[in-house]
Write a protein that binds this ligand. Structure first.
Ligand code: MN
Length: 344
């Protein structure tokens, strides 16, 4: 994709390629300081990192005296609706209007937003996926960050902005959800340093954890029951699924599928797991997880998706049985490699 013709009048130097992190932060801050109106977006089917980062970015822009419009292709999941400012996120399929820049958070490709019209704007891409691509005018991709919220925090600190309790709550949510409660690969010493900063800034860890882990809708538990009946276990692999019909019978929504894959991964001795559910258009959505020795982002990449080494996903062509066989044919050799390596 060629972005070189875009109107960069207000910030001509930003298309010059440069090294990452500190320079990127300064480049982004320059754009934020000069512009007045910003669009803030993330990926479709937003998760905790997507929503928390968008809200924190919106509040930080307000602090700078800027106007920020928050737009998502899909609604805010019920579990995140109590986050400060969540009601400001507008649902749309197309973006229009005039903005000095569009800030895209947590999108490894522009198509992940499922929003039309974004490529008219000067784009800033802030991401941490291993599959991240440089599709924007400024690309800040830090694969070592536990969440995109961590990058938003670093941006805020660099600009000496105030981390209010509301911002801290949103950013702590990105950290807790993207590390699976400080369990996944992205979790490192600095993650706890950031968590401490955010708690000191006013995030309430107990309240946030209770909202996330002890506020499950009954529909999700019913759906989980259906999925567990399909649980398959083969050596270091486990998988489960739900059909469209089972989703309807459980009165479940797509967002209720979030996290079900974990119940396959938590089987003792399992190294990689996946969960499948049927989409209304006949395709199948897949979530892949790994305990760290199998790179599931690479598997998802082969299927046109992306993510992280230990958490990835993508939609696939149906029917469900065929999608399942296709994933197994990619995963089985990887699992055999890991098992072979362990035996040596
Ligand atoms: Mn993330």
């Amino acid at each position: 994709m060629d972005h070189s013709n875009r109107n960069l009048a207000f910030h001509p130097k930003s298309i010059v390629p440069g090294p990452s992190s500190p320079c990127r932060i300064e480049e982004i801050l320059d754009v934020l300081r000069i512009g007045r109106r910003f669009l803030v977006c993330s990926h479709a089917r937003p998760d905790g990192d997507a929503i928390g980062s968008m809200l924190a970015m919106g509040m930080l822009l307000e602090q700078l005296g800027k106007q920020a419009d928050l737009v998502s292709a899909d609604p805010v999941p019920v579990i995140h609706r109590a986050l400060p400012g969540a009601e400001a996120i507008r649902c749309a399929q197309q973006v229009s209007g005039s903005y000095d820049a569009a800030i895209l958070l947590e999108c490894d490709g522009l198509e992940r937003t499922r929003l039309k019209g974004l490529d008219r704007f000067f784009m800033i891409n802030i991401d941490h996926h291993v599959t991240g691509t440089e599709y924007a005018n400024i690309n800040w991709i830090d694969r070592s960050a536990a969440s995109v919220g961590e990058l938003v925090y670093r941006l805020a600190k660099a600009a000496q902005m105030q981390i209010t309790p509301q911002i801290a709550t949103c950013l702590y949510t990105t950290l807790l959800t993207d590390t699976g409660g400080f369990c996944y690969g992205g979790t490192q010493a600095s993650t706890f340093g950031l968590a401490q900063d955010l708690v000191l800034a006013g995030a309430d860890p107990k309240r946030i954890a209770q909202k996330l882990y002890f506020s499950t809708p009954a529909s999700k538990l019913l759906l989980l029951g259906r999925a567990l009946r399909h649980l398959q276990h083969e050596g270091q692999l486990a998988w489960l699924w739900v059909t469209r019909r089972e989703m309807e019978e459980s009165h479940a929504h797509e967002e209720d599928c979030e996290g079900i894959v974990t119940f396959a991964l938590c089987v003792s001795g399992v190294e990689a797991a996946f969960f499948l559910f049927e989409l209304p258009d006949g395709r199948v959505q897949i979530s892949l997880r790994s305990k760290g020795r199998i790179d599931v982002a690479e598997i998802a990449g082969q299927l046109g998706g992306g993510g992280h080494q230990s958490a990835a996903g993508c939609p696939m062509e149906g029917p469900l049985e065929r999608a399942c066989e296709q994933i197994l044919s990619l995963l089985r050799p990887r699992v055999a490699e890991v098992a072979g390596g362990a035996a040596k």
